[in-house]
Design a protein around this ligand. Sequence first.
Ligand code: URA
Length: 279
Amino acid sequence: MNARRERNLREMGLAPVWRLRERQAQGATREASAEAPAAEAASATSATAPAKAPALARKPAIPAPALGLTVRAAAQNPADDRTARILQMDWAGLKTAVKDCQACGLRKTCTKTVFGVGDEHADWLLVGEAPGAEEDARGEPFVGQAGRLLDSMLAAIDLKRGENVYICNVLKCRPPGNRNPEPGEVAQCAPHLVRQLELIRPKLILAMGRFAVQALLATEASIASLRGRLHRYQGVPLVVTYHPAYLLRSLPDKAKAWEDLCFARRTLLALQSQAAPPT
Ligand code: URA
């Protein structure tokens, strides 16, 4: 392990136990696994996952409309002209729509909208909850303490913000005092996330925390019960993990998040090499 990764893992509270290991497995299939006394990354079976992964040599189009719970409701309402318009937008139009959005009250209280950041053709899409204070001030997601942890986690699996990674939130405006998003706010903001997903067409979605998971999987099940299995959002593999802000408070779950990241990475590598996802 190089010094940078060691540092990142230590920052995540995972070193020296956890190591990312590259190995060649069956021809071109590369896997990343967490070498740990307690666990390998969890297996990839789920009620929401088909038995075989589709070949993802080319990114599949994500059929619109989509998403779960209030997100699905917002995106699927054909009588809603606003949603229909958003679902037709290109990147420039969508960015302007978010900046000018007044659909819920949050734009009145936030400083800057936080659209999302990164490679607009990324394989990896990371979805969080909503901007916090620093994000609100800077207009970029995950730039506070949780964001620094997220960057370290990404670095530990050789990923970097902006390079084949796109990061956004369910809500584009900060809820006052960092309170939880309200269902109406999620519903109004949902078409923005749906359209981001359609434009990016990621190969893998990492849903971080309760609100991202609820929005994308239409479930109120706990993160603990959903993680460690491969889910799908409109056919796109989706891995559930804890929110980085939660991980800052919960050391034991950092190790689980590390498992989730390794699982996500293995899944993507397997898909890229046209193999079945890891079991
Ligand atoms: N938490 C989130 O969910 N998103 C951010 O951008 C920052 C903190």
